[in-house]
Design a protein around this ligand. Structure first.
Ligand code: MN
Length: 376
């Protein structure tokens, strides 16, 4: 029998573009959560840890970051680690694993060829990525093992192609043929590349193909991320028993709101109360709001940014309806402000382009806010 931890896509050194200051939090957390993976391996006394590619975001990661990972590896020296390079940490002259420091880690094996690796009665069949645009099924090198003793595990990094026939392999990003298990007779295919955890069953219902997903979610919109997999296989041909273990720390949420009236604001308020425990929040708005409700929305969102580690607000698709009161006098308490207000409303009435209308409406709002502040 064999028991191991399957993990992938640590993407260490990731920039976290679009996260602003929270990019640093996300980067730091990814490294800390690696400890959760290695601790799971230690706690469950696994035979080894299988790392299926994209450990680093790219091959130029600073040596300081490399040393941080190696020192965590050293804390857990009792767990052998088998590491397959992916497309971000791809094999080649500039490959990060060519650095001498990795050769010093005695319990780390870089799977840099397709040669099988034997670990007691288990055989690993690595499929390292060595070209950006492979033109064939990456698992094609796994030999047929139907009649070969031992537990056989394929290790690859790429995208499983569904049951659709592929006419042109060159169009597919890192293709992996789903029929690999059937063709070769391996017991389990451990995959990396997708950030969401997924399993695929063979025709007997056994989950023989799996993505562990990333150990720590990398961005908004990823589902089922933040886990590693504890895999147990009793013997050749036995169905793998897979148990996800949570390793991620940051909680993410992403939601779109269609705005219309005061009820939309109430709905938003209720939602915001429900996500108090979430670290990373993305809120996108569409629809239309009258000017006075837009002000309430702005105040609500400004406060919300103080309640989470990161809040991304998208207002580009939200239209604001400004009241037309050109015929009635508006008194902002100052002749210049009043004149500017009339001028902006005239501009707005003559403007047809939606984007320009939005800019003018925003200007009217700011003017009103400014007038109120002066008053106060
Ligand atoms: Mn990848």
């Amino acid at each position: 029998m064999v028991r191991f931890i399957h993990t992938s896509d640590w993407q260490l050194g990731m920039k976290g573009r679009g996260l602003g200051e929270a990019g640093q939090i996300a980067r730091q957390t990814r490294l800390e959560s690696v400890r959760n993976v290695l601790k799971s391996a230690q706690d469950h006394e696994v035979d080894f840890l299988l790392l299926c590619g994209d450990v680093f975001e790219h091959n130029m990661i600073s040596q300081e970051d490399v040393k941080r990972l190696v020192s965590i590896f050293n804390e857990y020296a009792g767990t052998p680690i088998y590491l397959l390079p992916g497309n971000h940490d791809m094999l080649g002259a500039g490959c990060i694993y060519n650095r001498g420091i990795f050769g010093r880690v005695r319990h780390l094996v870089i799977l840099d060829t397709c040669d099988p690796v034997q670990v007691s009665d288990t055989f690993l069949h690595p499929c390292p990525v060595s070209s950006k645009f492979p033109r064939h099924d990456l698992t094609a090198t796994i030999p047929v093992v139907h009649e070969v003793d031992g537990i056989h595990i394929g290790v690859a990094h790429g995208s499983v192609l569904g049951k659709l026939p592929v006419s042109n392999w060159e169009d597919v990003d890192l293709p992996i043929d789903i029929s690999c298990v059937e063709r070769t007779g391996i017991d389990y295919l451990a995959l990396g590349h997708w950030h969401s955890q997924r399993t695929f069953e063979d025709n007997t219902g056994a989950p023989r193909i799996a993505y562990s997903g990333t150990h720590e979610q990398t961005n908004y919109g990823e589902d089922n991320a933040g886990y590693c997999l504890l895999v147990h296989i009793d013997g050749k041909g036995c169905p793998p028993q897979i148990r996800p273990i949570q390793t991620g720390q940051l909680k993410w949420t992403s939601r779109d709101f269609a705005m219309k009236d005061p009820a939309s604001i109430q709905e938003l308020k209720a939602y915001l109360e429900s996500i108090r425990e979430v670290d990373m929040v993305r809120l996108a708005f569409n629809g239309e709001l009258p000017l006075e409700l837009k002000e309430e929305l702005d105040a609500l969102l400004e406060f919300e940014t103080t309640r989470h580690r990161h809040v991304r607000i998208e207002l580009d698709s939200l239209d604001i309806k400004a009241p037309f009161r050109l015929e009635t006098e508006v008194d902002l308490g100052d002749p210049v402000l009043n004149q500017t207000d009339v001028y902006l409303r005239t501009l707005l009435a003559d403007e047809n382009h939606p984007k320009s209308k939005k800019v003018i409406t925003e200007a009217i709002m700011r003017l009103q806010r400014f007038a109120k502040e002066v008053e106060a």
